[in-house]
Design a protein around this ligand. Structure first.
Ligand SMILES: NC(=O)c1ccc[n+]([C@@H]2O[C@H](COP(=O)([O-])OP(=O)(O)OC[C@H]3O[C@@H](n4cnc5c(N)ncnc54)[C@H](OP(=O)(O)O)[C@@H]3O)[C@@H](O)[C@H]2O)c1
Length: 382
């Protein structure tokens, strides 16, 4: 019983994961609910295929050691697949970034422990780089009480990611405060951040790290930021007023139809060329501050690499049982095993140093990643 099952393998991201798994010498069983798509894909890759919906999947994966679920939105697929994994005694991995999915699977940790399996959601771009950065910062500043993470990417999103985001429309934003999840308005805070290629305006987003970084580090106050063009930031603010409309089924159906009609998945050229900048900052009550950064490949290229890497480690029996986050399972340096990833650290700053200046006060848009002058200013958009 050493089989790796890839569920949702013929979606955009699932296909990248399946190709990467085969390239790395694994022999995955591809499973999905569309017989034609899954058998065609398996024939192309020279691997096995099985047809199963979430209702029937437990009967089709009883030889699985590890299931890697790439079928999203995970708010719909994670729990049925976890049930199946508990039934057959297989480890469960997925590429979700959905806060509520992490929180729900975390509550099932004791069951997984009893069954001797691992629940390891979030092995894609959200959350492997940021979770590893969070763990790294917590090691650098063990007394940290506040953690801010951020991501600066100019790439487009897959149609499946857009549809998953539409599912969450109307829920607004989220942060962690005093150890508790707190709902905040969409685009709640704006902050100038030096991601390592000059200052950028970033806003808070409800990313999975609000759940996972707390599990990994225990730091009780967590915010996650991302850069967007000004027009998108304004749309996020507008969402607050449109929330009652956006969370209705008809509005979500309409938006998903628009995605099908007008959106495109990122091309192979886009995936090959992109660099993503990830930033993290931990601060303590007495004003100490540490900053570290990552440069990574494209979001979807990294997702394929990190998901297969985590699957390999799980197949090798390296993963502790129960609910785990990527960095709590494999340590902060897991991300450095992904080809093309670099990490840089700034020196520890004592209380007050650099605080309170705005980015534009620095007068140099190309501030070096290793400089100590990572001054920041935050604005609450309430
Ligand atoms: N965390 C990260 O960094 C990260 C990175 C990439 C993607 N993602 C997430 O991964 C998910 C997939 O993205 P994508 O771009 O690959 O989307 P996609 O191209 O639309 O593929 C989705 C796949 O999931 C399957 N699926 C969806 N709902 C299902 C259900 N109820 N039962 C069985 N199969 C189901 C689809 O099969 P059918 O065609 O049969 O419906 C398809 O194979 C999204 O939720 C996205 O947000 C996360």
């Amino acid at each position: 019983m050493s089989e790796l099952v890839l569920y949702g393998s013929y979606g955009y991201t699932g296909s990248l994961v399946a190709e990467k798994a085969v390239e790395r010498g694994l022999d995955p069983i591809l499973v999905g609910r569309d017989a034609e798509k899954v058998t065609d894909q398996a024939d192309d890759l020279g691997v096995r295929a099985r047809v199963a919906s979430l209702d029937t999947v437990a009967d089709r994966i009883d030889d699985a050691h590890t299931v890697l679920n790439c079928a999203g939105p995970f708010s719909k697929t994670a729990e049925p697949m976890v049930e199946a994994c508990l039934d057959v005694g297989a480890n469960y991995l997925d590429i979700t970034g959905e806060i509520q999915v992490f929180e729900r699977l975390k509550r099932r940790g004791p069951e997984a422990e009893d069954a001797g399996i691992t629940l390891l959601p979030g092995v894609g771009f959200d959350v492997v780089p940021t979770d590893c950065l969070a763990a790294h910062l917590a090691e650098r500043l063990p007394e940290a009480t506040h953690l801010a993470l951020g991501c600066d990417t100019s790439g487009s999103l897959s149609m499946g990611t857009l549809k998953t985001a539409i599912e969450a429309l109307g829920e607004g934003g989220a942060i962690r405060e005093g150890g508790e999840l707190r709902h905040v308005p969409s685009g709640w805070k704006t902050r100038e951040i030096d991601f390592g290629r000059g200052w950028r305006t970033a806003v808070t987003i409800p990313w999975g790290d609000v759940s996972t970084a707390y599990t990994t580090t225990g730091i009780p106050n967590i915010e996650v930021y991302a850069t967007f063009p000004e027009s998108t930031r304004r749309t996020m603010e507008l969402q607050r007023y449109l929330a009652p409309l956006l969370e209705t089924r008809p509005a979500k159906r309409l938006l998903k139809r628009l995605v099908d009609r007008y959106a495109e998945d990122p091309s192979a050229d886009e995936r090959a060329d992109a660099t993503v900048y990830v930033w993290g900052e931990a601060t303590s009550e007495n004003g100490e501050r540490v900053v570290s950064r990552l440069r990574t490949p494209h979001v979807y290229a990294l997702t394929a690499e990190s998901a297969v890497l985590c699957a390999e480690k799980t197949l090798a029996g390296d993963t502790p049982t129960g609910y785990r986050t990527p960095a709590s399972a494999f340590g902060p340096d897991l991300i450095l095993e992904v080809p093309g990833v670099e990490r840089t650290d700034e020196n520890v700053q004592a209380a007050g140093k650099g605080d309170g200046k705005r980015a534009d006060d620095l007068g140099d848009a190309e501030t070096d990643a290793d400089a100590e002058s990572d001054a920041t200013a935050t604005t609450e958009n309430e």
